[in-house]
Design a protein around this ligand. Structure first.
Ligand SMILES: *[C@@H]1O[C@H](CO)[C@@H](O)[C@H](O)[C@H]1NC(C)=O
Length: 258
């Protein structure tokens, strides 16, 4: 027979297990590192023209640490913007004419969306369910001659390696705040953000678009802290990232990274 003391110990253990699982803290479901088939094209020019801004909400990709090592993802990979910030390793495969021999692999961060075009009868590579990377031209030309136009590739998710801390750019007005997260290491794709003013509890933010996170709370005049959760379940807390007299359009350095 189970003693009541043991019974309560088991109940407590189960409760803690459920709490830990629901918060996601330190329960890392790893990113999928398997290789998959896809295709790749390029957009913009050798200087990265046209690749700036875009559907993830990032701005000047050079200032934000992404540089030219970027791609726009088709609907099947973009996941409505949740994949923004994730990193991929890509190689050219099965194209003797165009794959540069021994080109090796490239690593890119997802920074944009390659929109489908349903009225286009041919070459509609970004339409679902096709997995497609529209690379910056400098990245594409590491794998194949630009004349190839489109190449078959194999890709896998990899951890992002970023210099410096996670960055938080604050936008909005006194009625609401949108925070853009960029330069995120580790899994790279943020799936949850909480914000805390010096006078508030933790407030869950909702993803507005790309990596822009929203809350309709007036936090002016308060020191801001963040809790950030990535797709692999890893969570980091960034205490007092923005000082009390922060202004809209300013970006703050979380100092640490995943
Ligand atoms: C979609 O494809 C059609 C047919 O090729 C083309 O005329 C149109 O400009 C494309 N739309 C966009 C938004 O690129």
């Amino acid at each position: 027979m189970v003693s009541s003391k043991n019974f309560f110990a088991v109940v407590l253990f189960m409760a803690l297990l459920v709490m830990t699982m629901s918060t996601g803290i330190q329960i890392g479901s790893k990113i999928d590192g398997n290789w998959y088939d896809a295709h790749a094209t390029f957009y913009g020019d050798m200087k990265g023209g046209e690749t700036m801004q875009g559907a993830c909400g990032y701005g000047n990709l050079f200032k934000q640490g992404y540089g030219l090592e970027t791609a726009a993802l088709s609907t099947a990979l973009f996941n409505n913007g949740l994949t923004c910030g994730a990193c991929f390793e890509i190689m050219c495969v099965n194209d003797r004419q165009w794959c540069i021999p021994n080109a090796g692999t490239i690593k890119i961060t997802a920074t944009n969306f390659c929109p489908p075009n349903y009225s286009k009868p041919h070459d509609n590579w970004c339409n679902p369910p096709q997995k497609h990377f529209d690379l910056s031209m400098p990245m594409f030309t590491k794998l194949a001659a630009y004349k190839a136009g489109i190449i078959p590739v194999r890709y896998r998710r990899v951890l992002c390696s970023k210099q410096g801390g996670v960055k938080f750019e604050i936008k909005g007005n006194p009625n609401w705040i949108v925070v853009l997260l960029y330069n995120v290491g580790g899994a790279g794709d943020v799936v949850g953000v909480k914000i805390k003013g010096s006078k508030t509890a933790w407030i869950p933010m909702t993803r507005s678009w790309g990596q822009n996170w929203f809350t309709a709370t007036n936090l002016l005049g308060q020191t801001l802290s963040f809790q950030v959760t990535l797709s692999d379940g890893k969570m980091l807390q960034f205490d007092n990232v923005a000082h009390a007299n922060w202004q809209f359009k300013q970006a703050f350095d979380g100092k640490t990274n995943f």
